[in-house]
Design a protein around this ligand. Structure first.
Ligand code: PRP
Ligand code: URA
Length: 209
């Protein structure tokens, strides 16, 4: 069974409050999502393995550390995952970025895939799938299916806000994928929106409503 981590860092929680607030406009919303994604990247990379190195300082030799292990890949789920990508890349600038395009059919709430492009060396990378919202879980489950079908072996999922239904769906379909969140909310409403959530993440990020 995959693990679920809810980041309780005060900066993440503080900024998430403004993200949720319906009076926060597009510009500020976008900036805050970007900042929270960066802070979450800081937390999610806590267990990256390090290797010992020696570096020459102007004064002598320092026994130091560098990140070792597999290379990282970010996979934003289009569109809303794009809003988190730059914030994470600022923390992990060497990461490669793949894209999975999915939208949720408004009637059936089932994900419809329209685009996939991943780094060529998919088998050698550790992937972080990113999307602000984990609602029914259909989109995340499908995006992870898409990665696994193309050979990805190590995957984490990072979302801002999740509903219990979405967490359960991912855990059932992908018990090997740990889930990292800024908040686990109460439920879904009859339209499949997270309650209390933050509304439609794509529309709020890109000003399309
Ligand atoms: C939103 C969100 C997720 C999905 C979550 O995208 O960004 O991808 O819904 O819902 P689910 O867990 O029930 O699948 P949406 O389908 O609105 O597409 P968009 O990002 O293009 O607006
Ligand atoms: N997608 C969103 O953007 N918001 C929700 O609450 C659910 C799905």
């Amino acid at each position: 069974m995959s693990k679920v981590f809810v980041f309780d860092h005060p900066l993440i929680q503080h900024k998430l409050t403004y993200i949720r607030d319906k009076s926060t406009g597009t510009k500020e919303f976008r900036e805050l999502v970007d900042e929270v994604a960066g802070l979450m990247a800081f937390e999610i990379t806590r267990d990256l393995p390090l290797k010992d190195v020696t570096v020459e300082t102007p004064v002598g030799q320092a026994a130091s550390k560098k990140i070792a292990g597999k290379k990282l890949g970010l996979v934003p789920i289009l569109r809303a995952g794009l809003g988190m990508t730059d914030g994470i890349l600022r923390m992990i600038p060497a990461a490669r970025v793949g894209h999975v395009g999915l939208y949720r059919d408004p009637e059936t709430l089932k994900p419809v895939e329209y685009y996939v492009k991943l780094p060529a060396d998919v088998k050698e990378r550790e992937f972080i799938v990113i999307d602000p919202m984990l609602a029914t879980g259909g989109s995340a489950v499908e995006a992870i299916n898409s990665l696994k079908k193309r050979g990805a072996r190590s995957i984490k999922l990072m979302c801002l806000v999740a509903a219990p239904e979405g967490v359960e769906a991912v855990q059932e379909a992908h018990p090997d994928v740990d889930i990292f969140l800024a908040a686990l909310d109460e439920k879904l409403n009859e339209k499949g929106y997270i309650v209390p959530g933050l509304g439609d993440a794509g529309d709020r990020l890109f000003g399309t409503k």
